[in-house]
Design a protein around this ligand. Structure first.
Ligand SMILES: Nc1nc2c(ncn2[C@@H]2O[C@H](COP(=O)(O)OP(=O)(O)OP(=O)(O)O)[C@@H](O)[C@H]2O)c(=O)[nH]1
Length: 201
């Protein structure tokens, strides 16, 4: 099995804060999830989209899968994506993140290559950034055991894994404003993002 090559896009959330399905997010005339997917298709051998509405992706050469553990949040989505992944490690991103950074993906790959780490995530103060991160198929069994007990927290799950935590200072060299981890949760986030990117474009 190849060490790298698969990317997973999580697109099965409730979008309750946004008030409409974030799979329909439009940024300056392009559909965000489509833009993310097309960028990933150029850089990865396989792109897996985890969604309850596969019909939205008819025109794209991606695989769509559904959660096996439904209602368990992003961890359930990561699990379903890893089941379909053809490579050992899989890059995981959320469908509401416009700042995808291919250079940082390469950096994480370099850190993981040949190691026995099971995941690579970035620290943010006392928190972590669970998306724009790497997970591995080695984690499927542990994930199932964790989800079976009703636990959903990605952070807690990673605590018990061989996780490579990249210090915030390292990641800031790639993304000084933390742009690559920016995600759009509310209409205010969206309005703010549109204003900011219109001004800088
Ligand atoms: N496949 C799958 N993806 C999920 C699930 N819950 C959240 N996600 C995805 O995980 C990412 C982060 O999700 P959040 O924005 O925290 O949650 P959300 O449910 O989409 O939105 P809120 O209802 O506002 O919390 C997004 O890409 C979601 O689509 C789930 O149960 N299954």
């Amino acid at each position: 099995m190849k060490e790298f090559g698969t990317a997973i896009v999580l697109a099965g959330g409730k979008s309750s804060r946004m008030g409409f399905d974030k799979q329909h997010l439009m940024l300056h005339n392009s559909r965000l999830v489509q833009r993310i997917t097309e960028t990933l298709l150029d850089a990865f051998d396989q792109v897996v989209l985890v969604t309850q509405t596969p019909e939205l992706y008819g025109g794209l050469s991606v695989e769509t899968v559904e959660d096996k553990y439904k209602g368990m949040g992003p961890l359930g989505g990561i699990h379903a994506g890893l089941l379909a992944a053809e490579s050992q490690y899989a890059f995981v991103i959320a469908c509401d993140m416009p700042g995808l950074d291919l250079r940082y993906i390469e950096f994480m790959k370099d850190r993981l290559r040949g190691s026995d780490y099971q995941a690579c995530v970035t620290r943010f103060g006392e928190w972590i950034e669970p998306f724009h991160a790497y997970y591995s198929k080695d984690q499927i069994q542990d994930m199932e055991a964790f989800l079976e007990t009703g636990r959903k927290s990605v952070n807690r799950f990673l605590d018990g894994q061989k996780t490579l935590y990249v210090p915030e200072s390292e990641a800031r060299k790639f993304s000084p404003d933390w742009e690559m981890f920016y995600n759009l949760n509310t209409r205010e986030d969206l309005a703010h993002y549109m204003t900011r990117t219109r001004e800088s474009s």
